[in-house]
Structures are given as structure tokens and as C-alpha cells.
Write a protein that binds this ligand. Structure first.
Ligand code: SAH
Ligand code: SF4
Length: 369
């Protein structure tokens, strides 16, 4: 179909190959890379230090528009913005920006849908449509970075003034949106390399967290990588019997194997792992289950993030009441497991995984921007 080359899909090397293949000197790749990831311009005309003929060729044969925002929801307190994007093939994904004090965290999707079917997850109910490309993952971060850039220029009252290179518009990135990042390993890892590349966006790897449902081969592979990103593992149950029901992929990678892989990961990298645990009323939230969880995690360099379930329409699962959440955390802490309760910021905008998309699919124009 002669589709244009998506520049955000290219590694630095691939961009260099493309431009040198066009007869351009190598330094042009560095210039384009900086326009894409430092200045984050949305149009080739803005790439002022490139010769006109190169800008024209880029405009004719390549593309920087991978995502079209279709709908946006902002939480009542303004701290959470969730965007539904249309991809070039018409599929939709969503991403979230959480701004809190000095932090601006973007939550990115890695797949359209997800094939792993966790019973409480809106994304899991629709199945997997396809993997995202590296560029489609990166472009979500760029979208929010541009929004922050614009807001800063607005605040400074000086439209058009560039943000200093040293300031990162996003302070953190979490791969916790739609999809399972380790089921789309190649593209996810390329996106991480691109976003941490010091010649461009240059976000510190320690500011990136990848959340996995627990795909053991992927965790082993991650342990070999050199970039020190953070790993979060979605546990949600303290034993196989319950986890098999809530997180069906546990039947393939049961807890014992999963925790062995996590232990290896910690030994190899020396880094603390977080476990995500969504508390579901009457299902996984008893003090006895907290004690069982603490037993499973004993001796691991880890941290537990307890999240009251984000209820999804049509689902029988409900969040645990506040007292139950605190009782659960108290048990974990008493057993020596560092625990935090993640606030449900953005709950009024259905900021849970896949929730906006589910409502909007079939009505893509109902909240058109
Ligand atoms: N597939 C990956 C990353 C995307 S989901 C994973 O499962 O880890 C990101 C996090 O949101 C996971 O911890 C997931 O279990 C959690 N999650 C999904 N649906 C949720 C809901 N309704 N309420 C609370 N957390 C949810
Ligand atoms: Fe997929 Fe994660 Fe949702 Fe499970 S929780 S269905 S792995 S996106």
C-alpha cells in the first residue's frame, strides 16, 4: 500500500541508514532525532536546520503522526488525563497522564487489547487485537510530552519558547496501560531504548516501570538487559488456586515458577521488584490471605502496591472497603513486607486499564475532540 515510514518506529541506527541511503550525511540523523525527541515538533517545516529538499522528502515519504486523539477525559481534580487514540489502522488504545506535585507520569499501552483474560480487567475481556509497534508506544509518551511543553510555554507566557533540554516533561513512564508488555517484548524494549536514548528524549531508565502479569520467560529475558528499569509483577492472589481463577495465565506459570523467576531477576539485577495486588471485596482481601501473601514473599527484595479494585461496568467484582484495605496492609507490614496503598486517582474518569476504550468503542465520535 506504500504506507509512509513511521519515523517513531525507527531506531537511531535505522534512521541513520534511511537518511544515508538518501545520500544525506550521517549528522542529519542526529538532527532529525533531536527534533523528534528533544524539540518534539509535529511538522517537518519546523525542523529548521534541515535543508528544504530533505524536509520535503521526509514530508513525502515519512510520517510522525501515528496517533490521533479521539476523546479525552480529565478527572475532577484535573490531575489525571486519559486519552483515547486512534491508530493508523483504525484500532484504538488509551493512555493516561497523571500529574501530581512535581511528578508527571505517563501510563502507556503496549497492545491493542490483551489476550490474557484477567477476570477483573476491562482490557482482558475483549481479547488481543494486535501488538503495538515501538513507534506507537513511543508516540504516546511524545503526545503527553508535547502537552506538557505547551502548558509550560503557556505558563511562561512566551509561546514558542523552547523548553530547556535538561528538563523532562515527563518524570516517569509506566507500562501499565492496555496490554501485556512482555507479550510484545521486541517493540516494548525498542520503545524503552528510544525513550532512554541520551541523544534524544533521555529519560532515566530508573524512571520507567514495566508491569507484567508474570510471563516467566519474559522476566528471565528482562533480567539480562542492561537498562535498569523497574519491574512490577501483578500478583493479585497469594495461592495458585485463587490466582488460576483471577489471572488465568497462572495455569501456565504458577506462583512457584513465577516467584523463582522474580528471585533470579533480583539476584541478577540487585533491584527491588514491586508486586501489584488489586483488592477485590470478599475474594482476595482477608487478613489470612495477607499473611499467606507475606509468606510467599518472605526473603524477597520487594515491595507490595495494594490497589483497591477499579470496578468495571458489568463485572461482579467490587473494590474492598477502606477498613479491609488497611487491615490487609497492616498484616503485610506486620510480617515485614513494605507496603503502600495506591490512591485511586482518576477513578472518576475510569482510568483503569481499558475502561474508556470499552465505553467508546462503537461510538468513536461521541466525545470527539
Ligand atoms: N498486563 C500488565 C500491564 C497492564 S495492566 C499487567 O497485567 O501487569 C496494569 C495493572 O492494572 C496490572 O497490575 C493489572 O492487574 C491492573 N488492573 C487491571 N484491571 C484492574 C482493575 N479493574 N482494577 C485495578 N487494577 C487493575
Ligand atoms: Fe492483560 Fe494485564 Fe489486563 Fe491481565 S491485567 S488482562 S495481563 S492487561
Amino acid at each position: 500500500m506504500g504506507e509512509r515510514i513511521a519515523l517513531y518506529d525507527l531506531t537511531y541506527q535505522q534512521l541513520t541508514d534511511l537518511l544515508t541511503g538518501w545520500g544525506e550525511p550521517r549528522f542529519r540523523a542526529d538532527q532529525v532525532w533531536r527534533w523528534l525527541y528533544r524539540s518534539r515538533v509535529a511538522a517537518f517545516e519546523a525542523m529548521e536546520n534541515l535543508p528544504g529538499r530533505l524536509r520535503a522528502r521526509l514530508a513525502a515519504e515519512t510520517d510522525v503522526h501515528l496517533l490521533t486523539p479521539l476523546a479525552e477525559q480529565v478527572s475532577a481534580n484535573g490531575q489525571t488525563r486519559k486519552v483515547l487514540f486512534r491508530l493508523r489502522d483504525g484500532n484504538t488504545i488509551e493512555s493516561v497522564l497523571m500529574s501530581y506535585r512535581q511528578r508527571r507520569t505517563a501510563c502507556l499501552s503496549t497492545q491493542v487489547g490483551c489476550g490474557l483474560g484477567c477476570v477483573f480487567c476491562a482490557t482482558g475481556q475483549g481479547g488481543l487485537v494486535r501488538n503495538l509497534s515501538a513507534g506507537e508506544i513511543v508516540a504516546q509518551a511524545i503526545h503527553f510530552a508535547r502537552e506538557v511543553d505547551r502548558a509550560r510555554r503557556g505558563l511562561a507566557g512566551q509561546p514558542g519558547v523552547n523548553v530547556p533540554d535538561s528538563e523532562h516533561p515527563l518524570t516517569h513512564i509506566v507500562l501499565m496501560g492496555m496490554g501485556e508488555p512482555l507479550a510484545n517484548y521486541e517493540a516494548t524494549w525498542q520503545a524503552i531504548e528510544t525513550l532512554t536514548d541520551a541523544r534524544g528524549y533521555g529519560l532515566g531508565a530508573r524512571r520507567i516501570t514495566l508491569s507484567t502479569v508474570g510471563l516467566v520467560p519474559g522476566i528471565r529475558r528482562l533480567a539480562q538487559e542492561s537498562l535498569p528499569i523497574n519491574l512490577a509483577v501483578s500478583l493479585h492472589a497469594p495461592d495458585d488456586e485463587l490466582r488460576n481463577r483471577l489471572v488465568p495465565v497462572n495455569q501456565r506459570y504458577p506462583l512457584r515458577e513465577l516467584l523463582a523467576a522474580v528471585r533470579e531477576y533480583i539476584e541478577k539485577t540487585g533491584r527491588r521488584v514491586s508486586f501489584e495486588y488489586a483488592l477485590i471485596a470478599g475474594v482476595n482481601d482477608s487478613p489470612a490471605q495477607a499473611r499467606r501473601l507475606a509468606e510467599q514473599l518472605r526473603g524477597l527484595l520487594c515491595h507490595v502496591n495494594v490497589i483497591p479494585l477499579n470496578p468495571t461496568p458489568g463485572s461482579p467484582y467490587r473494590p474492598s472497603p477502606r477498613e479491609r484495605v488497611y487491615a490487609f496492609c497492616t498484616e503485610l507490614e506486620a510480617a515485614g513486607i513494605p507496603t503502600t496503598v495506591r490512591m485511586r486517582r482518576g477513578i472518576d474518569i475510569e482510568a483503569g486499564c481499558g475502561q474508556l476504550r470499552r465505553r467508546e468503542v462503537g461510538h468513536p465520535d461521541s466525545m470527539a475532540l
